[in-house]
Design a binder for this molecule. Structure first.
Ligand code: GDP
Ligand code: IMO
Ligand code: MG
Length: 427
């Protein structure tokens, strides 16, 4: 009976999907509140293996309503594909709802994402190419088109033609690219609108009512804290806030109602796309982790950069989110190592730094200071009881708790739903 936000604590792909699917067993609602189909949340449960980009990871629990909140940006084609794929696997989506306030990704957003990346050349950010930067820029510039606009075709047509006039001027005059046809987009989006109309609702009021009845609501984060536009490694960030604070704005649930904030950390670090990553291992160890853990992006298939756990970034993340619990995932990936390392500080110009710097030029010069702990060299994937974990694994967990000043209440030891050690019930 509480509102629980589940937040990516590193650079994304921490295993949020797995944790939400697990916690959703007792939830009455699961809400995505930020990002778009740049997210890729992998779920392996009795129904099969799924990569969800927009649909909340609670969709496999028919008794939980699933909401794509106002803070999410929606590519209707991607959402319809996802819904069709779920139906193909026999998953019911009649409990899915879409906020009438969510902004839409339009064809020019995807095109501009690509053109902007090309223009950045060697300084490209390595975006997912899903139109995320351009659509959030339009939202803030008051040029956006929302799901509710699809429900009034006349108003939609006039809004689209006025926005497209500006977009076509940018496409043709700045990027030397052909203009897009207003008629084609209009017709395509009207047909999306007809299919999506039954899902579109004032989801904020549905949630308000559920929260006032003290139902359990999960707020499912996308991306990770270090990709936040304010606190991440700017400009190598995404364009909506993945932080706990954004779970209120992106769902319409008051901050006062959020009871618990679960930070999802991987037992090591990965990052996909450009930008600094102090503990990146550019050697055989990094390749070994990538291959052992199949660290390839769920959305783009790109290889993820791998490295040891960065507790400087982790502590920063725990502070700005205010985690009440941690879910530690992929601990089993470290099963075979003789020893495991944790970065506890950065070395900078002969001194040590234990705060995550804002300036990328400084971050570039930082060298990780590692603490080395003994490995456990045994498989933990079948363990469900904390007491059965090897002492070395418990030592590693305890050291992370100490460095992050937060209890680790869930330890995930495999990709499947049931592969978890629940130290303390969260939901
Ligand atoms: P998300 O974006 O945070 O939901 O994470 P992704 O799905 O992009 O990436 C996490 C990957 O780790 C997926 O392939 C999951 O199936 C997998 N995974 C999650 N938890 C565990 C775990 O405890 N052990 C292992 N081996 N894999 C896990
Ligand atoms: P989930 O929810 C990991 C990264 C991209 C790129 C940067 C900006 O699965 O954890 P964007 O397309 O958002 O403009 O790209 O952000 N990125 C992610 N990395 N997991 C994600 O989502 C990501 N979503 C965006 O790789 O570096
Ligand atoms: Mg992912």
């Amino acid at each position: 009976m509480s509102v629980i936000a589940v937040i990516g604590a590193q650079w994304g792909d921490e295993g949020k999907g797995k944790i939400v699917d697990l916690l959703a067993e007792t939830a009455k609602a699961v809400v995505r509140f930020s990002g778009g189909d740049n997210a890729g949340h992998t779920i392996i449960n009795p129904y099969g293996e799924f990569k969800l980009h927009l649909v909340p990871s609670g969709i496999f629990h028919p008794e939980a309503i699933c909401i794509i909140g106002n803070g999410v940006v929606i590519n209707p084609a991607a959402l319809l594909d996802e819904i069709d794929n779920l139906h193909k696997h026999g998953i019911d989506t009649s409990h899915l709802f879409i906020s009438d306030r969510a902004h839409l990704i339009m064809p020019y957003h995807i095109l501009l994402d690509r053109l902007e990346e090309e223009r950045r050349g060697r300084g490209a950010l390595g975006t997912t190419g899903k139109g995320i930067g351009p659509v959030f820029a339009d939202k803030i510039a008051r040029l956006g088109i929302r799901t509710c606009d699809l429900l009034d075709k006349e108003a939609f047509q006039s809004r689209l033609s006025s926005v497209l006039e500006l977009k076509n001027a940018i496409l043709t005059k700045i990027y030397n690219s052909p203009p897009l046809s207003s008629k084609e987009i209009y017709e395509q989006y009207c047909s999306y609108g007809e299919r999506l109309a039954p899902f579109i609702r004032d989801t904020g009021s549905i949630l308000h009512q559920m929260v006032s009845q003290r139902e359990t609501v999960l707020l499912e984060g996308a991306q990770g804290t270090m990709l936040d536009p304010d606190f991440g490694t700017y400009p190598y960030v995404t364009s909506s806030s993945p932080l706990a604070a954004s779970s209120s704005i992106g769902s319409g649930i008051s901050l006062k109602q959020i009871d618990q904030i679960v930070g999802v950390f991987k037992a090591y670090t990965t990052r996909v796309g450009g930008g600094p990553m102090p503990t990146e291992l550019k050697d055989e160890m990094g390749d070994f982790i990538r291959e052992r853990a199949h660290e390839y992006g769920a959305t783009t298939g790109r290889p993820r950069r791998c490295g040891w756990f960065d507790a400087v970034a982790g502590r920063f993340s725990a502070q700005i989110n205010g985690f009440s619990s941690i879910a530690l995932t992929r601990l089993d990936v470290l099963d075979t190592f003789d020893s495991v390392k944790i970065c506890t500080a950065y070395e900078l110009d002969g001194g040590t730094l234990d705060q995550f710097p804002s300036d990328l030029a400084i971050l570039d010069k930082c060298q990780p200071v590692y603490e080395e702990l003994p490995g456990w060299q045994t498989s933990i994937s079948a363990i469900r009881d904390r007491k059965q974990l090897p002492s070395q694994a418990l030592h590693y967990i305890a050291r992370l708790e100490e460095l992050l000043s937060c209890p680790i209440d869930i330890i995930s030891v495999g990709a499947k739903r049931e592969q978890a050690v629940i130290v303390k019930q969260i939901a």
